[in-house]
Design a binder for this molecule. Structure first.
Ligand code: SAH
Length: 357
């Protein structure tokens, strides 16, 4: 048992079982043993689209520039990225925005929302030569809110904590992390959950079916939508689903392999598939229009990843095969092209954002 597991066992023995969401929060963000809190898991445990190909961040940047342009180029725009990882997406996006819409950066500001001190230091280093006005904060609601908001989030929502409820003969019971024989173990809460916690469209679930919900993600999307509804746009890309399912999707990944969720807390990356229809409903509740989700394959094709990759290959002939293989990984439905999806938020009165026609 590692040190974080021992501390979690002690916590449960004194305070009682933890919800899956509380457990996820500790595994990801504990400052001593958490996967993000204490180190950089990107590359070690998993790899993300901007780390695979520069075209991904560049197209996200062009998406921002075009959305800004389509809405009449509002003054003093604010570009926010949630969970910028190593800063690669933002570096590539800023290069593309500087070429396509230099006024956006001259007049605007960039805010990176990052909870991990380790990753924040990497972002600072990666972006230190950028001419953009860049600042950092730990939570979205700490960033100033008056300006038109353009927001990017890639593989951010999958690491927000989920709660799980399991259907039994006696109603829905929350799935918890408890201690059995001195070790962490899953258990159902003895009392049924308040029925208001489970939406009515889950009533048909079979016994053993799971309802998974990410309350923090829904609240955050609703808050983003309230600002975007006035002016701006948000682009959320992640792996996830677009219809109701009754399975659980919490997963642990360590060294690019699936691992046991409870085995080595903090040593593996914990995440859950994003429930895109639920995010879209939260966006509408916040007053914005929601577009998609569309598959990453279709989204990137619409934005012109093909011609962009060709230009890169012509400019770097010795790298042509590597560039083509990287782009294939992003768009091939057998790789990231179908599992990953894009959802966009925009004001109800604005034109459809690029890639969502
Ligand atoms: N977007 C990047 C990194 C994805 S990993 C990429 O595509 O490569 C998830 C990122 O979100 C990391 O930077 C992590 O530290 C950050 N993060 C996770 N949970 C967070 C939270 N609750 N608040 C702020 N940042 C968070």
């Amino acid at each position: 048992m590692n040190a974080l597991a021992a501390r979690i066992v002690e916590l449960i023995e004194t305070e009682g079982p933890l919800s899956i969401a509380q457990f996820m929060g500790l595994c990801l963000h504990d400052p001593v043993g958490g996967a993000y809190g204490s180190r950089d898991p990107i590359g070690r445990d998993f790899v993300t689209a901007p780390e695979i190909s520069q075209t991904f961040g560049e197209l996200c940047g062009l998406w921002v520039a075009q959305t800004w342009h389509d809405q009449g180029r509002p003054d003093r725009p604010r570009l926010v990225e949630l969970g910028p990882g190593r800063g690669t997406l933002m570096a590539d996006a800023l290069r593309a925005i500087a070429a396509a819409a230099p006024e956006f950066l001259a007049d605007g500001e960039v805010v990176l929302v990052e909870s991990s001190p380790v990753l924040k230091a990497m972002q600072r280093e990666k972006l230190k030569t950028s001419a953009a006005d860049i600042s950092w904060c730990e939570r979205f609601d700490e960033s100033p809110g008056e300006r038109a908001l353009f927001l990017l989030a890639n593989e951010f929502f999958d690491c927000l904590p989920v709660r799980q409820f399991v259907k039994t003969q006696h109603g829905w019971h929350e799935r918890m992390v408890a201690v059995r024989d001195g070790a962490l173990a899953f258990a159902l809460a003895p009392q049924p959950a308040n029925p208001s916690l489970v939406p009515s469209d889950r009533a048909e679930a079979p016994n053993g079916g799971v309802y998974e919900v990410a309350p923090a993600a829904l609240a955050l999307v609703e808050e983003i939508a309230r600002t975007v509804a006035v002016q701006g746009g948000a682009l959320i890309v992640d792996y996830g689903y677009d219809e109701i399912g009754f399975g659980e999707t919490l997963q642990a990944v360590s060294g690019h392999q699936f691992a046991e969720v409870l085995a080595e807390p903090g040593e593996s990356d914990l995440s859950a598939h994003v429930d895109f229809p639920a995010l879209a409903r939260a966006a509408r509740a916040g007053g914005a229009a929601a577009y998609g989700p569309v598959t990453q394959c279709n989204f990137l094709a619409e934005l012109g990843i093909g011609p962009r990759a060709e230009r890169l290959m012509i400019a770097n002939p010795t790298q042509a095969r590597t560039i083509a293989a990287a782009v294939d990984r992003l768009v091939n439905p057998k790789e990231m092209g179908a599992l990953f999806k894009a959802l966009a938020l925009a004001p109800k009165t604005a034109p459809s954002p690029p890639g969502f026609c």
